[in-house]
Design a protein. Structure first.
Length: 306
């Protein structure tokens, strides 16, 4: 079982990078919308909508980063770290909606391709590619340790590919007057957006549903605890992702009569092993004497009252 340690930028430096990316994407969105209307290009407008969603995603992520650093309080006893998971879910959901809308618009335009100004598309597409590459570069080192920033990075990577496709489309329109290429590229961009969003959205949903951490084998955790001296059994196990990089566990531990007087030693042994082997630093353990243990208890979760 390997655990990867993430190297983070200091928060202020990370915030500066995100704010630069917000301004760059905001200006680009405006340029693409104006260019798309002037050129009659749906692909350029599609890229503008995608970039606008990026700017919104960056704003959400920027706010989430600030909120996530707040300490726990009476209202949020687990702290505010999960706001970044919520931000990632919002961003991926937005991408899915935009992708579906662009496919519809692209199909409508394939039926009746409009007149398109290819040179405007190529120029604006080149500017977009530069901004997309800049934003991806700003967030690349940050995305390894944050699902929130990873959602942004995926956005911008898809934007960069979309911008390349827009430039190619504009060139084909200029050279060969292939007007159907513009809506076809729009549909291609939309399908790519949907693929990226749908493949990534499962992580935030799993975390918000209190799913067990995907990189921790729950059965191995249970086997480890059952294998310790003095532990007869475990049940009512809850294993979840408390925050993006913090796994948590609570469970009931059944202890033999002979070891009942050594509860503190057993507790220390369980916590030490959980931390060392699985990186579980937050564990809440309730101990049951074997003579008074819950009979027929569920291994996972709690029993529902009949």
């Amino acid at each position: 079982m390997e655990h990867h340690h993430h190297h983070h930028l200091d928060p202020e430096s990370g915030d500066r990078r995100v704010s630069i990316a917000i301004w760059a994407n905001g200006l680009l969105t405006l340029a693409q919308l104006v260019g798309g209307v002037l050129a009659g290009s749906l692909a350029l407008i599609a890229d503008a909508l995608h970039n606008f969603s990026d700017m919104a995603a960056l704003v959400i992520a920027f706010a989430a980063r600030k909120i996530a650093r707040r300490p726990a309080d009476a209202q949020m006893t687990f702290g505010y770290g999960r706001i970044e998971i919520v931000a990632a879910l919002i961003n991926y959901t937005t991408l899915i909606l935009i992708g579906a809308f662009l496919i519809y618009e692209g199909v409508m335009r394939l039926v009746d391709p409009p007149d398109i100004q290819g040179w405007i598309i190529v120029i604006i597409g080149g500017v977009a590619l530069f901004v997309d590459a800049l934003t991806a570069w700003l967030t690349w080192s940050m995305q390894k340790g944050s699902i929130n920033i990873r959602a942004l990075f995926v956005h911008n990577l898809s934007d960069a590919f979309a911008s390349v496709a827009v430039i190619i489309g504009g060139s084909l329109i200029l050279l060969y007057d292939l007007r159907w290429v513009d809506p076809a590229i729009t549909i291609g961009i939309a399908l790519y957006i949907l693929y990226l969003a749908l493949s990534e959205i499962g992580g935030p949903i799993r975390t918000l549903m209190l799913g067990s951490p995907p990189d921790i084998d729950g059965e191995a955790v249970i086997a480890l605890m059952r294998d310790l001296d003095g532990v007869e059994d475990v049940h009512h196990v809850h294993l979840w992702q408390m925050q993006e990089h913090i796994a948590a566990l609570d469970c009931h531990v059944v202890v033999s009569e002979a070891n009942w007087q050594h509860l503190e030693n057993i507790k220390a042994a369980v916590k030490t092993r959980l931390k060392a082997q699985f990186g579980i630093g937050h564990s809440s353990l309730e101990f049951e004497h074997i003579d008074h243990a819950h009979q027929g208890a569920s291994l996972y979760g709690h029993d529902h009252p009949s």
